[in-house]
Design a protein around this ligand. Structure first.
Ligand SMILES: [Zn+2]
Length: 308
């Protein structure tokens, strides 16, 4: 076992040819995610304080939602840091799954938050609870709308500049989140107009929003931990490897570990090939797969002699 740096690269034999992300663009994306998360954290904390001051459950739910979004960004960061550590002899695939493990924790926090916001809303609705300092509450909801819109705009601009689909999708998420704050605002305006049920009803609507985030995070994490992958990845890898001259049949498997898509191809090749020629085929397969699936981060190539 070589242990020169305490790390080894399991995919070293078949390096994927493409530089997947330009380092500069990745840094810009990370900076955008970090600044957005900081902005949302400030927004969420301010909303939380105002929710406690006013007793508004709509604002409470919206604050919890924004803070859960911040925590998911924190997990992405954590995963990115840990995955850069690289494999060791004990963790020979690296610590990429740390992100998925943390994701389970985040999902639990989101579900508990949703339950909390829901229970508080129902209690206020049934108990005819009152809302104090409605004007400050309205300012808090407006802050929620503005905070999410500013963050959405910022992510969209950076995302388009560096052509990051993830960042653009994230911008859309923040844009939709402004709707949740608008719900809290509508509830408080109803309260100001003398309709006491406005705030708890808005609280229930915002609870549904939190439940939606919880559902997305949960299905994503469970799918990854169960080694789920879009079937197109398999068909694309099998087609790319199977079309190479000398390959009789190719069988592919793939799974995500954290942010890394690991593709494994078992190829039945012409039995007359030498080991060196079979190895060269592996390099060609890596190039072909990287061309169709640029998100592939690790490639394993296994050759078998096809029956004559
Ligand atoms: Zn959200």
């Amino acid at each position: 076992m070589h242990k020169t740096s305490g790390q080894r690269d399991p995919a070293a034999a078949f390096p994927l040819p493409l530089e997947r992300d330009d380092a500069g663009e990745r840094r810009q994306a990370n900076r955008a995610v970090g600044i957005s998360a900081a902005g949302l954290a400030v927004t969420g904390l301010a909303e939380l304080l105002i929710a406690i001051l006013t007793g508004s459950v709509g604002l409470l739910g919206d604050a919890i939602h924004n803070l859960s979004d911040v925590s998911t960004s924190a997990v992405v960061f954590l995963g990115f840091r840990l995955s850069r550590r690289g494999p060791t002899e004990r963790y020979s695939y690296g610590l990429e799954r740390a992100e998925d493990l943390a994701g389970i924790g985040i999902a639990l926090v989101i579900w508990v938050s949703a339950a909390f916001a829901g229970v508080e809303s129902v209690r206020k609705l049934l108990g005819h609870g009152s809302t104090a300092h409605v004007g400050i509450g309205i300012a808090g909801a407006v802050l929620g709308i503005v905070g999410n819109q500013v963050v959405a705009r910022y992510k969209l601009v950076v995302g388009r500049r560096i052509r990051s689909a993830t960042l653009v999708a994230d911008a859309r998420h923040s844009w939709l989140d402004a709707l949740s704050s608008a719900g809290a605002l509508a509830g408080l305006i109803a309260v100001a107009a003398g309709q006491h049920w406005g705030d708890p009803v808005a609280g229930l609507a915002v609870t549904l929003f939190i439940g939606h985030v919880g559902w997305e995070v949960t299905t994503d994490v469970v799918g990854r931990l169960a080694d789920g992958v879009e079937p197109e990845v398999i068909t694309a890898a099998e087609a790319a490897a199977g079309d190479l001259p000398g390959v009789v049949h190719a069988h592919a498997r793939a799974r995500w570990t954290g942010r890394v898509l690991r593709v494994e191809v078992e190829a039945w090749v012409d039995p007359g090939l030498t080991a060196r020629e079979a190895d060269a085929l592996g390099h060609q397969a890596a190039t072909a797969i990287a061309a169709v699936r640029p998100d592939a981060g690790s490639f394993t190539w296994i050759t078998r002699a096809a029956p004559e």
